[in-house]
Design a protein around this ligand. Sequence first.
Ligand code: NDP
Ligand code: PYR
Ligand code: MG
Length: 417
Amino acid sequence: MTDAMRQAALDYHALPTPGKLSVELTTPAQTQEDLSLAYSPGVAEPVREIAKDPETAYLYTGKGNLVAVISDGSAILGLGNLGPLASKPVMEGKSLLFKRFAGINSVDIEVDAPSPEQFIQTVANIAVSFGGINLEDIKAPECFHIEEALIERCQVPVFHDDQHGTAIVTVAGMLNALDIQGKRIEDVRIVCLGAGAAATACCKLLLAAGARKEQITMLDSRGVIHSGRTDINAYKGEWARDTDMRTLDDAIDGADVFLGVSGPDLLSADQLAKMAPRPIVFACSNPNPEISPELAHRTRDDLIMATGRSDYPNQVNNVLCFPFIFRGALDVRAVRINEAMKLAAIEALRKIAHLPVPDAVREGYGGIELAFGPEYILPKPTDPRLLPEVAAAVAQAAVDSGAARLPYPQHYPLAPL
Ligand SMILES: NC(=O)C1=CN([C@@H]2O[C@H](COP(=O)(O)OP(=O)(O)OC[C@H]3O[C@@H](n4cnc5c(N)ncnc54)[C@H](OP(=O)(O)O)[C@@H]3O)[C@@H](O)[C@H]2O)C=CC1
Ligand SMILES: CC(=O)C(=O)O
Ligand SMILES: [Mg+2]
């Protein structure tokens, strides 16, 4: 990042007021009468109603359109465990994206918890305030138990975005990229660099989409996850292969797909050069990918290259999922976000990428041509069709799969924001 860009990023966060969010009122609060309705004595009436019937909280409070973005700061982007306070800009950023793209009110909550159990207890204790819980940037393996426990304990959808949001967008982009490269998911050899939250969920969902487990080689910071390893936890153990490969150098030879969800600059030009013809490289580590697009394109001209960033073509980033999957889930008051809802989101994302791109979207990206192909495998986050299409697909899947507590919304399809 240039010095000018770094300063612009800091200024963006500092000005015109520190941070990226504020709270606004939705009801009048000017007169004595307003105050006696908003606060004492009027506020006692909805209190009594909610005490009698908790469902009325969705009628008398903002709960139904409020998602908490919650982190312990243990895996902030690809920057590592920098603690809860340092994660706040990212969590505010996720809240910004919820509001901007799906009209969902969101608050960021950074939890300084000395143990996963205390984190779980803290989130479970406050979950009643929200329509949904978006867990963010919590490292593996703790994130798996944390999410499972919270799904069990909370009455509202709990979704670890780095696992499932990332996996949904990755699979949608991968299926489209494979089509362009003329390859079938059943046939391709996949190398996944990283064995944490994002990697595990992406590989699971790739399997659900048709990939074959024996064709996936996963690596952590110590190399290939193989059956001889005695230093791996049970989550990694699920991916252990009976193989002589030990390093990325070994694994990448002849691979069709590189999925990077690990850290910066870990795939070299030589390694990329050894991949099969027409390879697919998703270098998704943020802010710096496993290989820079410049180097990748200099190295070979037959690849499809994607990163997690907004400033290159093919952004594979969970922003394409979490605002819209929560919109659909909230609007049918889903009790959970299940596999059917994830698959519906994948299909909706894939489909939009095939449609002509609205001029307004192109203008926001410097007026460049955008059409389905190697440089455009997924819609841009600003595409106004994401909200109506993905939310509708998710809501319908929730209804059909029994996760919804309300019928398919009469006010759907939603108007673009
Ligand atoms: N584009 C997107 O939408 C998203 C991108 N990401 C990116 O994915 C990365 C991982 O995030 P997440 O899964 O949440 O974090 P986790 O902490 O859960 O996992 C990180 C994984 O990366 C591995 N790793 C670290 N360094 C290396 C290395 N040198 N070689 C191989 N593997 C390495 C770790 O290995 P070990 O297990 O040995 O410690 C671990 O398995 C981040 O860079 C993040 O920005 C994440 C979510 C969404
Ligand atoms: C995009 C995102 O959630 C991450 O890099 O962690
Ligand atoms: Mg994240």
